[in-house]
Write a protein that binds this ligand. Structure first.
Ligand code: NAG
Ligand code: NAG
Ligand code: NAG
Ligand code: NAG
Length: 333
């Protein structure tokens, strides 16, 4: 028999499951650990969560950066690293229409020269960036990052900020693997070569599942990616990335997101490798402080990182972010 009190007790636990003592950060809304709850100043863990918690705290203690980013318990931290990688890191290189060959190598050593660009720049401040999306366990980072850039380029041209259909790209972009992964360059190759037009998300909603590509004929908004999109390696010449952001638009990038599992905020300066396994979008940068950084939009919800974003130090190809950088223009049909 379940009495009223017992039901309420259960409710209390459920609510508390999403609250835990922050390890370094003082913003409790960013700290969500499934299976852990706080009572007074004590942290309680369910037994099955206990070993995952130990593994996470060991991993996190190795990540801590003096004078860099903060790491701690995020909504992903109690997941074994392999499982996290499988579910959330699904960037996969493909070679649709020779998209590998599209990656131009720009390896010449450049001094860091960004004269002529603003000291900071953020496309969000212009009101041209859509909300942070949540990919859940569908590995469609590659679709979210390219469609995110497309949304801003469309808004820049028309003044209309519209969520465009990542699901359509997920379902239809030949040469990719839907929720099992994809490649930003190959997605753009499809978006620029296929006659299919990208429609608003409203007309082709997200299901986070792979579906048969739905042919769309009528829509008020018909968009295609222009043929001259770029796909560049700017390792050693990251000033090109800054110039691209300031003068052209946001950039879709492939990254290594493994250490992002435990990212809470601050500027990532170390502990980020470059085994490309995820995709994101650079929407701005800030060169005004002692540590210059990129502002990176992710697709793991607004409750991840800095309201869905990360800050990553400029100039070190951190997280492999300079290896596969795409700019694009939009054609309105
Ligand atoms: C929280 O702590 C108080 C005092 O120690 C105790 O009475 C109460 O049962 C605890 N609640 C939970 C949900 O453990
Ligand atoms: C930086 O670039 C500008 C033009 O883009 C050039 O005039 C200037 O000499 C460069 N500065 C350095 C230190 O290379
Ligand atoms: C365009 O994409 C659709 C959906 O994936 C596919 O069925 C079609 O064959 C493609 N057309 C061309 C010309 O590549
Ligand atoms: C594509 O071409 C247009 C027109 O020439 C140009 O304005 C734009 O910057 C180019 N886009 C890219 C990504 O190079």
């Amino acid at each position: 028999m379940i009495g009223k009190e017992e039901i309420c007790f259960n409710c209390f636990i459920l609510v508390c499951l999403f609250f835990v003592v922050p390890m370094r950060y003082n913003d409790p809304k960013r700290i969500e650990v499934h299976g852990a709850f706080k009572n007074g100043s004590m942290l309680f863990l369910r037994p099955e969560v206990d070993s995952a918690y130990k593994i996470a705290t060991e991993r996190i203690s190795k990540l801590q950066e003096s004078n860099g980013a903060s790491y701690g318990m995020t909504k992903f931290s109690l997941m074994p690293q392999d499982e996290f990688k499988n579910k959330y890191l699904r960037f996969r290189m493909s070679d649709f229409e020779g998209s590998q060959a599209l990656v131009r190598q720009r390896r010449e050593a450049h001094s860091f020269n960004v004269s002529g660009v603003p000291i900071k720049f953020d496309w969000r401040e212009k009101g041209l960036v859509t909300s942070v999306k949540t990919q859940f366990q569908c590995g469609a980072c590659w679709a979210f990052s390219t469609v995110g850039v497309l949304e801003t380029m469309y808004a820049k041209k028309t003044g209309k900020l519209v969520d465009l259909s990542s699901q359509q790209v997920l379902d239809c972009a030949v040469g990719n693997f839907g929720c099992f992964g994809g490649d930003t360059c190959s997605a753009l190759a499809w978006m620029s070569s296929n006659t299919t037009r990208i429609v608003p998300e409203e007309e082709y909603p997200l299901t986070f599942k792979m579906q048969r590509c739905k042919a769309h004929t009528k829509s008020d908004i018909n968009i295609r990616v222009a043929k001259n999109f770029t796909c560049s390696n700017f390792v050693g010449s990251e000033e090109e990335i800054i110039k691209g952001v300031a003068t052209h638009g946001p950039l879709a990038v492939a990254v290594d997101g493994l250490s992002w599992q435990d990212y809470l905020g601050g500027i990532i300066r170390y502990n980020c490798e470059s085994h490309l396994n995820h995709a994101a979008e650079i929407v701005g940068y800030d060169l005004s402080g002692p540590i210059p950084y990129y502002i990176v939009k992710n697709s793991w919800g607004a409750d991840f990182g800095i309201e869905g974003y990360l800050h990553i130090e400029i100039g070190k190809n951190l997280c492999g972010l300079a290896m596969r950088v795409s700019a694009l223009d939009v054609l309105i049909l």
